[in-house]
Design a protein around this ligand. Structure first.
Ligand code: SAH
Length: 245
């Protein structure tokens, strides 16, 4: 692998949810640039690589995106095999395509490796089928956090009949509740708040649209968490989280 950057999804946290392709890329990597949400346990697949943390959690110490771009470019131009490792899937609220565009504009080949996104893993681990037949005809992934603070069409979301999976919503629960209620969603719509999905310390809190903000405060819900809003959030299907020996 030369002058190429691998944009790799590390999955939601459980190191066993890494794809085989991600493992392959990590095994060959010389430089691994990782985000905060990546479980360091996945680094067992690249014991000799140089690990460069470039995380930027909302509101905390942050690495500017331009710095990350330039650093990837510099390593790639040195002929290093670079893996840019991101939590979940690189292109689900992960800026993967921005990074791919930048690199390609600068003559660097990019290979994208999917990861399992947190919303899907969190729902499954809590026994919630996001598109339960006869109940939800689709699923909509949204973020409550936008770069320019532009507003989502909450009315369309409230009335769309799909399950909503909200990323980056912990600090905005009251706003989300108010917007969906104003958009016509019923107050008792089931909600699941899922923290640290797929990790041993995963926690879940079942609630309703009207109660979710108060319930989350009482539960001391913390980021990273996803919200599942919709009829399916009342289901508790049997599921197995055991790891495969
Ligand atoms: N690319 C990532 C999402 C990055 S945005 C993905 O595909 O999963 C960061 C947000 O993802 C967090 O604020 C949170 O809403 C969600 N998230 C990431 N990991 C999570 C986890 N293990 N449990 C719950 N939510 C998670």
């Amino acid at each position: 692998m030369s002058a190429k950057v691998w944009l790799v999804g590390a999955g939601p946290g459980d190191p066993e949810l890494l794809t085989l392709k991600a493992v392959k890329a990590l095994r060959q990597a010389e430089i691994v640039m990782i985000d905060d949400l990546v479980n360091p346990a996945v680094l067992e697949h690249c014991p000799t690589a140089r690990i460069v943390p470039v995380g930027k959690r909302g509101g905390c110490r942050s690495t500017p995106q331009t710095f990350i771009h330039r650093l990837m470019l510099r390593y790639a131009r040195q002929g290093k095999c670079v893996v840019r490792l991101k939590g979940g899937d690189p292109c689900i609220f992960g800026r993967g395509s921005e990074e791919a565009d930048w690199l390609q504009q600068h003559g660097i080949a990019v290979e994208m490796v999917n990861g399992i996104t947190a919303g899907l893993a969190g729902a499954s681990n809590c026994g919630i089928p996001l598109t339960l037949r006869g109940v939800a005809r689709g699923v909509t992934l949204v973020t409550a956090h936008t770069q320019d603070d532009s507003s989502l069409n909450w009315q369309a979301l409230a009335q769309g009949g799909t399950t909503l999976v909200v990323y980056m919503g912990v600090a905005k629960l009251a706003d989300i509740r108010d917007s969906l209620l104003a958009g016509g969603m019923c107050a008792d719509m089931p909600v699941a708040l899922i923290e640290n999905a797929s990790l041993p310390h995963q926690r879940e809190c079942r609630s309703s649209l009207a109660a979710m903000h108060q319930d989350a405060l009482a539960f001391q819900l913390k980021s990273p968490a996803i919200l599942v809003i919709g009829e399916v959030a009342a289901t508790h299907q049997a599921q197995a989280m055991a790891s495969i020996a």
